[in-house]
Design a protein around this ligand. Structure first.
Ligand code: DX5
Ligand code: ZN
Length: 216
């Protein structure tokens, strides 16, 4: 079975409460919460106050993706406001310290790779990670097409011996979802595909029905 983590980046920002309830009512596994600082990526999104209010509205698992140049400065506040997992980019400053801080706070620790960053960049920290978030688009904006070269990166992470959770983020649709699952992905982030779906509960059932192979 694959898990689904809708990205609220694709929601109508005037209707975030409605978006949160839609995610809960459709039976999703996590809420994917994209945080951008306008420096690490050329866009801004939202911060810890929205996380706190959403967590109070729907008690789901919040999967926080920090697209920040210095994530270490913000790990604690996202932990205090309800994050269940915090993912930081290997290309960012204080990456290894951030991973250790996330672990010390008792949260699931994730590392993310931009499309141009090889799987091997995570070699030194592989056994410190609960999850790896493979970016299948350049981070910053929803609604972009998935880069098919990333299937091989997922396989490579499995060949490197990573047995934790692999999540994919960017351009995921029900057309490419079976290929991602086959390559070894456990969890699919879906922004546009989820929020534009006419049948979100059906989409969740379809994702849950996907099998996960060894990815080798
Ligand atoms: C991009 C974000 C993604 C994005 C996914 O920087 O990390 O989570 O919102 O959106 P879709 O599914 O629309 O590509
Ligand atoms: Zn994301």
């Amino acid at each position: 079975m694959c898990k689904i983590a809708p990205s609220i980046l694709a929601a109508d920002t005037m209707r975030m409460g409605e978006a949160a309830r839609k995610i809960r009512d459709a039976g999703c596994d996590y809420v994917h919460f994209d945080v951008m600082d306008g420096v690490f990526v050329p866009n801004l999104s939202f911060g810890p106050a929205l996380l706190k209010d959403m967590k109070a509205e729907i008690d789901l698992f919040f999967d926080v993706h920090l697209m920040l140049i210095d994530p270490l400065r913000y790990v604690d506040v996202f932990a205090a406001n309800g994050a269940g997992a915090v993912t930081v980019h290997v290309e960012a400053e204080h990456f290894a310290e951030s991973v250790e801080r996330i672990r010390a706070l008792g949260l699931r620790a994730g590392a993310s790779l931009k499309p141009g960053t090889p799987a091997q960049a995570l070699n030194a920290v592989l056994n410190r990670l609960d999850l790896i978030l493979v970016m299948t688009v350049e981070p910053g904006f929803g609604g972009q097409p998935l880069n098919p070269a990333m299937y091989e990166k997922i396989r490579e992470l499995r060949r490197m011996g990573f047995a934790g959770e692999i999540e994919v983020d960017g351009g995921v649709t029900m057309e490419n979802a079976p290929l991602l699952a086959q390559a070894g992905a456990d969890t699919l982030v879906m922004g546009t595909a989820f929020f534009r779906s006419a049948d979100p509960a059906g989409l969740v059932r379809d994702v849950h029905a996907l099998g996960v192979s060894a990815g080798l």
